[in-house]
Design a protein around this ligand. Sequence first.
Ligand code: ADP
Ligand code: MG
Length: 625
Amino acid sequence: MNRKQKKVLVRILVAAALIALWACLPLEGPLRFLMYMLPYGIIGYDILIKAAKGIKNRQPFDENFLMAVATLGAIVLGEYTEGAAVMLFYQIGELFQSYAVGKSRRSIQSLMDIRPDSAVLVHEDGTSQTVDPDEIPVGSTILVSPGEKVSIDGIVLEGHSTLNTSALTGESLPREVFEGDNVISGCVNLSGVLKIQTTKEFGDSTASKVLELMENASSRKSRQEDFITRFARVYTPAVCYSALALAILPPVFLLMMGASPNWGNWIMRALTFLVISCPCALVISVPLTFFAGIGGISRKGVLVKGSNYLEALSRVRTVVFDKTGTLTQGVFEVDGVHHSSMDEDKLIEYAALTESYSAHPISKSLQKAHGKPLDKARVSDVEEISGQGVCAQVDGLKVAAGNTRLMDSQGIPHMPCHSTGTIVHMAVDGQYAGHILITDKLKKTAQAAVSALKKAGIKKTVMLTGDRENVARETADALGIDEVYAELLPGDKVEKVEALLSAQKKGDTLAFVGDGINDAPVLARADVGIAMGALGSDAAIEAADVVLMDDDPAKIAQAIRLSRRYLLIVHENIVFAIAIKLLCLLLSALGLAGMWTAIFADVGVMVLAVLNAIRALALNEKGES
Ligand code: ADP
Ligand code: MG
C-alpha cells in the first residue's frame, strides 16, 4: 500500500469505529446529527469536494456526484447511519480497487523490466567508462559483464556466454552466444564477459522498441472499452434523471389521487437507485483485464500493440502464412549448381556479390555458401525487385540473380530445374549462366504450430509464397496447411488476402503471419498482422499488430487461446455487472431493496469484477492452463 492508500485506510477505520460507537449510544435530535456528521465528514470530504468540482466544470455526472447526492439526500431525510455507511463502503471499494490496480500494474512492470539504465563503453585505447546508453553511437564497443542487461543491439566481438532472453521472448532456456552472433538488448548476460559492437542506436534497439510499443498499447482501445466509455456517458445521466423521476412522479401522482404522497419513502427509493447505479465495476474492470492481458501475453514473448488487437486476435478464424522465414527457417543450403557456364564456385561468388546488399534470406544464405569475405566495391547499380531477385553490375558486367520471372523480364531464356527446391537463376552479361538449387528447412515447431491452430478451432490455414509451386506444395503438405498459393508477387499476396477477407463470416477475423521481407503491405492489410520479431525487418515490426519476439510460429495458437480467455473474462464482467445492477435497480424502484442492499450491490459487484479481472494475471502466472 502506498501512503495515499494508507491514509484512506486510517480514515475508513476511524469512521467505521465512530459509526459503530454512535449506534450503541442513545443519541437524539441535533446532537445525533452533529455526531454523525463527524464520521461522514472524515470519510467523505474528498468525494464531496470532487463532486462540487464536477458541478463547477459542468461535468457533474460521475460516481462522486452519485455518491454525494445519495448520501446528502439520506442525511436530509434523517437517515444518518445510512448516509455515513454508504460513504464508508464506497471508500472501502475504492481502496480495494486502487490497491488491486496498483498491484497488477507493478507486477506487469516488473515483468517488463528490460530497460537498461547504463552501458559500459569501451574506448579505442582499451579504457572503459559507464555512460548513458543514449549517448553511444552505432559501431561502438560495449562491455557487458555477467548479471548485466545488454543495453544496445549488436554483434558479439569477443567472448562467449549464455543469455537469458525470457523477459523478451518468454523462452526460459538460456541462449548460448559466440563471437559473431547477434544479440538483442533486454537480454541478461548470465555467464561470460561479452564485448559487443553496437549495430543500432539505443532508441532503435529492441528493448527501447518493445517498451515503446507496450507504452502505446493502452492508447488503442478495444470495442469493449469504447463500449464502456460510451455506456457510462449515457448511463449515468440517464440514471440520475430516472432517480429524479422516481422521487417526484409517484408522490405527485398519489397527491392527485388524493392519497398521502409519502415523499420521504420515494426520495429514499430514488437515492437507493442512485447508489446502485454507480458504474465503477465496469469502468475499472474492463480496461484492467485488457491491461493484464497485454502484459501477460508479453511474458510469452508475444507483443500485442493494443487492446483492439487482443480482441481481434480472439476472433481469428483464418490464419494465412508467408513461407520463407515464417514457416521455414530462411536458412538455405546450396544443394547443387546446374548448367553453369563457369566454374561453380565462381557462379556462387557472382550470386553472392550481386546479392550483397539484399536483406532477403536467400542473399544471406548465398553469402554463407560463398564463405569468404566479399569486396563490395566490385558491385554497383544494385536493383532489388521484390518477389523476383536482384540485378547489379559486378566487375562491370550486368548480372541478374533471381527466379524465372526475373529471367523472363530480362528476356533471358532459362533452363528448368526438376528438383524440388528454390532456384536462383543467374544471368551474366546478358547470357544465361546456370542456376543454383537451394533448399530451406522447416522450423522445428512449424508442424506443431499448424496443428495447435487447428485444435484451437481455426477454420482455415493458408500459405502464400513467392516461391515455386513444388516447394510450396511440399511445405504445405508436410505441415498440413489447407490451401497453398505459390509464385505470388507481393501485390498478389495482398489481393489473395483481400479475397480471403471478403469471403469470411462477419465477426471472424483473419491473421497474416510473415517475416516482413516482401510482405509488409499484407501485414498491414490483414485484420491482425503478426510479424516475426527477431528476424523480421523493422518495417514489419512497424506494420504488424502483433510481434512474435522469438520467431516461433507455435506462439500464435498460444496467443489466440490466451486472448480468448481474457475476452471471456471481459464479457463475464460486463454481463454480470449489468445484470446485477439492473436487478437491484428494479428492486429498489419497487421498494424491495433498501440502502444497505444498494451498498452491497455496488461495492460487492465492483470487488467481484476486479477480482475476476485479476484472474487474467493469474492465468499468466500459471501458464495458460
Ligand atoms: P516468400 O513468399 O516465400 O517469403 P518472397 O516473396 O520473399 O518469398 O520471394 C519470392 C521468390 O522471389 C523467392 O522464392 C525467390 O525465387 C525470388 N526472390 C526474391 N528475392 C530474391 C533475392 N534477393 N534473390 C534471389 N531470389 C529472390
Ligand atoms: Mg517472405
